[in-house]
Design a binder for this molecule. Structure first.
Ligand SMILES: Cc1cc2nc3c(=O)[nH]c(=O)nc-3n(C[C@H](O)[C@H](O)[C@H](O)COP(=O)(O)O)c2cc1C
Length: 182
């Protein structure tokens, strides 16, 4: 096993929890399934979300002040499929879903009540295929009842059969995330 394979296996074994990240830039609505995310600060609270430069959600997030982060439960595989296998470049994945604008217009999905909307406080590009958005949680909400242990959370190993709407290699040109004009 080479270094990359060993790293991939380490991450596979850690089996991270999945989220759906949504954004609105004033014109376009977007959202995608995300596995690369984590808490990134305690005081003040910060959360890091990594978006693929190939995704419509990345392009919309570049011009959004806020992102909504929805935590998926084990029963939410169909929503994971909708946000992870379809690109907003092809069709409106919000069609038929109940949602409302949250802070900064970020679309808040009624079907996913464990969530927060975060104000974007920083962003950086590590010169790879994903860019990092650092969020300050502004509006955090919990479902009325804590889900049963066996229904939370939806983990990446449960999504082995999903085919991403955009593969990372698809990004047209390396986007310069430091250029606000996109
Ligand atoms: C298991 C799984 C994990 C994913 N993790 C991420 C991720 O961490 N960040 C990301 O930007 N896209 C991730 N994706 C890919 C996007 O969810 C997918 O390409 C989506 O269709 C993009 O939609 P968009 O073009 O409307 O933004 C993941 C997809 C799958 C199936």
């Amino acid at each position: 096993m080479n270094n990359d394979e060993a790293y991939d296996e380490l991450l596979h074994r850690s089996n991270g929890a999945m989220i759906v990240v949504t954004a609105h830039d004033g014109k376009h609505r977007a959202g995608c399934l995300v596995g690369f995310h984590s808490q990134a600060g305690i005081e003040p609270r910060r959360h890091a979300v990594w978006l693929s430069k190939a995704n419509m959600t990345f392009r919309v997030a570049l011009h959004s002040s806020h992102l909504a982060v929805h935590f998926l439960g084990a029963d939410d595989k169909e929503l994971a499929r909708r946000f992870g296998e379809v690109s907003g470049d092809e069709r409106d994945k919000f069609d038929g879903l109940d949602w409302a604008p949250g802070p900064g217009g970020a679309p808040v999905l009624a079907a996913l009540p464990d969530r927060f909307v975060g104000h974007r406080v920083a962003m950086f590009d590590a010169a790879g295929d994903h860019a990092c958005f650092i969020l300050a949680p502004e509006q955090a909400e919990l479902s009325a009842d804590a889900p049963e242990a066996e229904t939370r959370p939806l983990r990446v190993a449960q999504l082995d059969d999903l085919v991403p709407g955009h593969e990372v290699e698809e990004r047209p040109v390396p986007a310069d995330v430091n250029d606000p004009s996109g």
